[in-house]
Design a protein around this ligand. Structure first.
Ligand code: HGY
Ligand code: MN
Ligand code: MN
Ligand code: MN
Length: 419
C-alpha cells in the first residue's frame, strides 16, 4: 500500500485539476460533459479514480454494479467502515462538480488522514457511484441502490435511447448481471456515510457562507406521461381536432401552477412530439415529470391532484392519457450524530468555535445518500456553488471554498473518530 507524503497534502487546486481531468471523459463534443452509466467514459473515470485511491493508500476494487471502491484499514484490519463518496456520472450537458467533487474530496481526505499516520477506530471506504442521475436508463440511484441491497430485477429490461437493455449494458461493461447482488453491503459493514456535494441551490451564496449542513433530502418521483390524440392536417377545422401537443401544453402549465401553490417543485425536462411536423397536428406527445417536495405525503397528495387534472384536460379535448412512474425515492433524513460531526467539521475549518451555528438546509436535489440511508446513518456537507447553478456547464465552485470543504470534511471524519 502507498503511504502518501504528509508534507504534500492534496490541495484544493489539485482537486479542481482532477475535476477538470474527469470532465474530459465525455461522450459529447466541444467541451460539453455527459458521462453515463456503464459507458466507455464511465470505465475511464473509474480507472482514474482507482489510481487516485491507490495513491491515497487504499486497496481498490470495482464492485458487481460497476461502482469504483477503495478501502483504508483502521487501527485493526476488518473494522466496519465509515463510507465516504458520491457519484461520477452526469446529466447531459452537465457541470464538472456535481457528484465529482464529492468523490475527489473523499479520496483527498483519506489521503490526508493516511499521510498523517492516523489510525482510526473504523476503516475508511470511498465509493464512486456509477449511476446517480439515471441519465441512461431513466431510473436513478442504480449504483447506490446496488450497494444498499435494494436493486430490483425489474430494471434489467430498462432500455437506453439506442434500445440497449440494462442487462446487455452490464455484460458489455464486463459485469455479470446474475452477480449484481454481490455489490450489496450490510448495515454491519458501516458506521455511517458522509457525502460532500455542491448545494445545487442559492441558499449558501445568499447567506454568504461557503459550507452548510444538509438536514434532509427531498424525495422525488419521476413519471413519463403520454397524451394521445389524432394526427391530422394542420388545416383541419377546430371542431375536428384532437391535438395531443396542445393538451400536453395545457397540462404542463397547469401542473406548474398546482406545484407552486402546493410548495412543491415540478419539472418537465423532456418532451417528444409525434409525428413532429410543422403541418401535422400532433397525434402523440410524451413528456417527463419530476415531482419533489419537503414531505413525501404532500408530494403524493399533489400527484393525485395532477392525475385528476390530466384526466380532466384530456376528456375535455377528446384525448387519452397514460402515466408510467419511472423512479421513486423517499425523502431521507441526515442523522443528528452525523449532522453534529459535519457541524464540528465546519467549525474546525473556519475556526469559528464561538461563531453562529453552521447553517442547516434542505436539499431539493437528490443524492446517493438517499439510497445509502437504507443501510446506515447519512450526513452531507454542502459546498457553495455560484448562483446555485447546477446541471449546466456554468456550474462552478471557488478554490477557497473547496479548501474549506476539504478541511471541514477531514475534521468531520476525525470528529467521528474522536467522538
Ligand atoms: O435529480 C436530482 O435531484 C439529482 O441531481 N440526481
Ligand atoms: Mn445531479
Ligand atoms: Mn449529484
Ligand atoms: Mn422519449
Amino acid at each position: 500500500m502507498t503511504t502518501p507524503d504528509p508534507s504534500k497534502p492534496l490541495t484544493a487546486a489539485a482537486v479542481l485539476e482532477r475535476c477538470d481531468e474527469l470532465a474530459s471523459h465525455s461522450s459529447l463534443p466541444d467541451g460539453l460533459i455527459e458521462r453515463v452509466y456503464l459507458s466507455p467514459e464511465h470505465a475511464a473515470v473509474n480507472a482514474l479514480a482507482a489510481g487516485w485511491m491507490r495513491d491515497a493508500g487504499m486497496a481498490t476494487w470495482q464492485d458487481a454494479a460497476g461502482n469504483q471502491c477503495g478501502r483504508l484499514e483502521g487501527a485493526t484490519p476488518g473494522l466496519p467502515a465509515l463510507l465516504l463518496g458520491s457519484h461520477l456520472d452526469t446529466v447531459p450537458s452537465a457541470g464538472r462538480y456535481d457528484g465529482i467533487l464529492g468523490v475527489l474530496t473523499a479520496i483527498a481526505v483519506v489521503e490526508r488522514i493516511n499521510a498523517d499516520g492516523r489510525s482510526l477506530p473504523f476503516a475508511l471506504e470511498v465509493v464512486a457511484f456509477g449511476d446517480e442521475e439515471g441519465t441512461r436508463f431513466g431510473t436513478a440511484l442504480l449504483g447506490s441502490r446496488a450497494l444498499a441491497g435494494t436493486w430490483l430485477d425489474a430494471w434489467w429490461e430498462l432500455t437506453d435511447e439506442a434500445g440497449t437493455t440494462l442487462h446487455d449494458a452490464f455484460v458489455a461493461f464486463g459485469l455479470d448481471p446474475a452477480a449484481v447482488t454481490a455489490a450489496a453491503r450490510t448495515s454491519n459493514d458501516f458506521v455511517g456515510y458522509l457525502e460532500t456535494h455542491i448545494e445545487q441551490g442559492p441558499v449558501l451564496e445568499e447567506n454568504d457562507l461557503p459550507l452548510g449542513i444538509v438536514s434532509s433530502i427531498a424525495g422525488a418521483r419521476r413519471f413519463q406521461i403520454t397524451i394521445t390524440g389524432k394526427a391530422g392536417h394542420s388545416g383541419t377545422p377546430w371542431t375536428h381536432r384532437r391535438d395531443a401537443l396542445a393538451g400536453a401544453s395545457e397540462a404542463i402549465v397547469a401542473i406548474e401552477r398546482l406545484a407552486r401553490d402546493a410548495d412543491l417543485i415540478a419539472t418537465v425536462g423532456h418532451l417528444e412530439v409525434f409525428p413532429d411536423a410543422v403541418n401535422v397536428i400532433a397525434g402523440r406527445a410524451e413528456f417527463s415529470l419530476d415531482l419533489r417536495g419537503r414531505f413525501d405525503a404532500d408530494r403524493d397528495a399533489a400527484w393525485q391532484r395532477i392525475e385528476a387534472l390530466l384526466e380532466e384536460i384530456c376528456s375535455t379535448r377528446g384525448l387519452h392519457v397514460a402515466v408510467h412512474q419511472t423512479h421513486a425515492a423517499p425523502a431521507a433524513h441526515c442523522s443528528d450524530r452525523l449532522r453534529g460531526v459535519i457541524a464540528a467539521g465546519i467549525r474546525a475549518a473556519d475556526r469559528s468555535d464561538d461563531g453562529p451555528a453552521p447553517l442547516e438546509l434542505l436539499s431539493m436535489a437528490g443524492h446517493d445518500a438517499m439510497a445509502v440511508a437504507h443501510l446506515t446513518e447519512i450526513g452531507m456537507l454542502f459546498v457553495r456553488c455560484a448562483g446555485g447553478v447546477s446541471h449546466h456547464p456554468d456550474e462552478s465552485v471557488t478554490e477557497p471554498d473547496v479548501a474549506s470543504a476539504l478541511d471541514a470534511f477531514e475534521a468531520a471524519v476525525l470528529a467521528l473518530a474522536d467522538g
